[in-house]
Design a protein. Structure first.
Length: 243
């Protein structure tokens, strides 16, 4: 499988604090790849560096062969990257429809935008039902569906999700992850960051355990669940991992 996203020696620092240290990973076309780890592991810094939200101190990030690190956020979107940040970030005073349309601001194919909008309303009936309501009135799960659909309105090649299950009830988490697998079925490559290791492992083709700004372990769900070093890698017991 050819790689859509290639990350080599990516380093991110905040002053004297190194958030990421020489990260190497790749995401194949059409894959779901998960990054799991505890709070403070560097997971959000990884997505923000890829998207151009925070500067990298070193390394390389290429999308289909194009170097992304020196591009501003708007240009990364134009090249096919969409990110759903942690916290859902709807525009609460705008309606559901207005929020969805904002996701297509870089597009000029108006007929296709309208068709995509109708497609998402068909796929997620609750959004159609509440399309004229301010997005701030939606439940947490409905807002998560909205921001994912809004990101997809840009027709990205790579969708990045930061903690999509955070703060949601288990039933709603299931719905959100159903949406993620449906998105992959549309041909979109997905990079998802999660603390909820079990949920991420259930959908990912490959998972990387990130802790202390470095990847400690990688593999499929089967490989990681059967690996005695998994908990040590996740919780940062480096001595056990290095033995």
């Amino acid at each position: 499988m050819s790689a859509l996203l290639e990350i080599r020696k990516l380093t991110v620092s905040y002053g004297r604090i190194t958030a990421l240290s020489e990260i190497d990973l790749s995401v194949g076309v059409g894959e779901i790849v998960a990054i799991i780890g505890p709070n403070g592991a560097g997971k959000s810094s990884l997505l923000n560096a890829i998207a151009g939200v925070v500067p990298a101190a070193g390394g390389s990030v290429t999308l289909d062969g194009t170097e992304m690190l020196r591009l501003p956020l708007e240009e990364s979107v134009r090249h096919g990257i969409a990110m759903v940040p942690e916290g859902r970030h709807v525009l609460p005073g705008l309606t559901v429809l207005e929020n969805l349309r904002l996701g297509a601001t870089i597009r000029t194919d108006l007929a296709a935008v309208k068709a995509d909008l109708e497609g998402f309303l068909d796929a997620f009936p609750i959004l159609r039902e509440r399309r004229g309501e301010p997005a701030g009135r939606l439940s947490g799960g409905e807002q998560q569906m909205l921001v994912i659909a809004r990101a997809l309105m840009s027709r990205p090649r790579l969708l990045m999700l930061d903690e999509p299950s955070l703060g949601l009830a288990p039933r709603i988490v299931g719905q959100v992850y159903d949406m993620i697998t449906q998105t992959r079925a549309r041909g979109v490559t997905i990079l998802v960051v999660e603390q909820n290791a079990r949920r991420a492992l259930s959908v990912a083709d490959k998972t990387h355990v990130l802790n202390g700004g470095a990847i400690r372990l990688s593999g499929t769900a089967e490989e990681l669940s059967g690996n005695p070093q998994f908990e040590a890698a996740y919780f940062g017991l480096r001595a056990s991992v290095d033995e």
